[in-house]
Write a protein that binds this ligand. Structure first.
Ligand code: NDP
Length: 327
């Protein structure tokens, strides 16, 4: 077995946290040979519930779980962290303005970024799940000048998985037959799910579906899936979000499969005309080290328009947090 990896989860007592922690402890996050030390971060009101979850984690007697610690101080929670899953965020409540939401999250992700900068291990990898995830990742990265911006990523994998599921259902193929899905941009209704490069059992997906289905059904269904889940379940998606977080980190650490890629929200290096620094959903591969944006894809007019819409949305979020002095 390998040496233990310290995983810090924020918002650990929340819905996603509850769906996430048990899978991390079981070995799904890093692999079946990697022992885990779990650091759970909560706000003070969340600590008691986190203690209850920790009791249940103990009761699972997971062979890979070496330690559980609960904190309400980010500096302690990120001490020696190798992986940070930033789930806790300020939910938008009724009557709350967008600026209030961005300011509240600046107050969470700024200090967490600084704590990561000052206390995490040199190989720290961060995935932001809490919304607005892309901009929260940008805020955390900018508060961590000593950590490469490439280590701060945002979760686009749920959108990617949702897009695969919708296409599989439409063409009547198993999910495993679908490769090279892409979701460009922001984890919001602006996102652009794109089948341009996707294949189904090796055949171009674009030959199997028509443009009207893509524009009128596929894109809006994937982009608005979160709202549809809330409508049906009476609560927001939690297990599927946790699953996507697991997928993202697993592929980052263990690599993406040969001949395929996944979608990850990563700091742009200017690829595909996306301004440098914006945390943007791109098709990415990993060889177990850093995420790499897939290069050289031909961009259709529809994809270009989708990318531009997302650049605009993310620039607006970035400018809003700059104006608030959060960035
Ligand atoms: P959830 O665990 O359901 O959600 C947490 C965050 O994930 C939210 O920002 C949510 O966004 C976001 N999210 C991203 N993608 C998805 C998705 N596909 N489906 C659903 N959510 C998604 O929230 P809870 O309220 O149950 O738990 C949050 C916990 O975080 C609480 O226990 C709270 O005390 C804690 N918290 C901890 C902080 C800390 O550790 N410092 C700071 C703030 C809160 P959206 O709101 O858009 O649904």
């Amino acid at each position: 077995t390998k040496s233990p990896v310290t995983v810090t989860v924020t918002g650990a007592a929340g819905q996603i946290g509850y769906a996430l922690l048990f899978r991390i402890a079981s070995g799904a996050l890093l692999g079946p040979d990697t022992p885990v030390k779990l650091n759970m971060l909560e706000i003070p009101q969340g600590v008691k519930a986190a203690e209850g979850t920790a009791m249940e984690l103990n009761d699972c007697a997971f062979p890979l779980l070496q330690e559980i610690n609960i904190f309400d101080d980010p500096n302690q929670a990120f001490e020696g962290a190798n992986v940070g899953l930033l789930v806790g965020a300020r939910p938008r409540t009724k009557g709350m303005e967008r600026a209030d939401l961005l300011a509240a999250n600046g107050g969470i992700f700024g200090p967490q970024g600084k704590a990561i900068n000052d206390h995490a291990a040199d190989d720290i990898r961060v995935l932001v799940v809490g919304n607005p995830a892309n901009t929260n990742a940008l805020i955390a990265a900018s508060a961590a000048p000593d950590v490469p911006a490439s280590r701060f990523t945002a979760m686009m994998r749920l959108d990617h998985n949702r897009a695969i599921a919708q296409l599989a259902e439409k063409v009547g193929a198993p999910v495993a037959d679908i490769k090279k899905m892409a979701v460009w941009g922001n984890h919001s209704a602006d996102q652009y799910p794109d089948v341009s490069y996707a294949t189904v059992a090796g055949k171009p997906a674009a030959d199997l579906v028509d443009a009207a289905w893509l524009d009128e059904y596929f894109v809006p269904t994937v982009a608005k899936r979160g709202a549809a889940i809330i409508e049906a379940r009476g609560a927001s998606s939690a297990a599927s979000a946790a699953n996507a977080a697991i997928d993202h980190v697993y592929n980052w650490v263990n690599g993406t499969p040969e001949g395929d890629w996944v979608t990850a929200g990563v700091a742009s290096d200017g690829s595909y005309g996306v301004p440098e620094g914006l945390v943007f959903g791109f098709p990415c591969t990993s060889n177990g080290g850093e995420w790499e944006i897939v290069q050289g894809l031909e961009i259709s007019d529809a994809t270009r328009a989708g990318i531009e819409r997302n650049i605009k949305a993310l620039e607006e979020e970035r400018d809003a947090v700059r104006e608030l002095g959060v960035l």
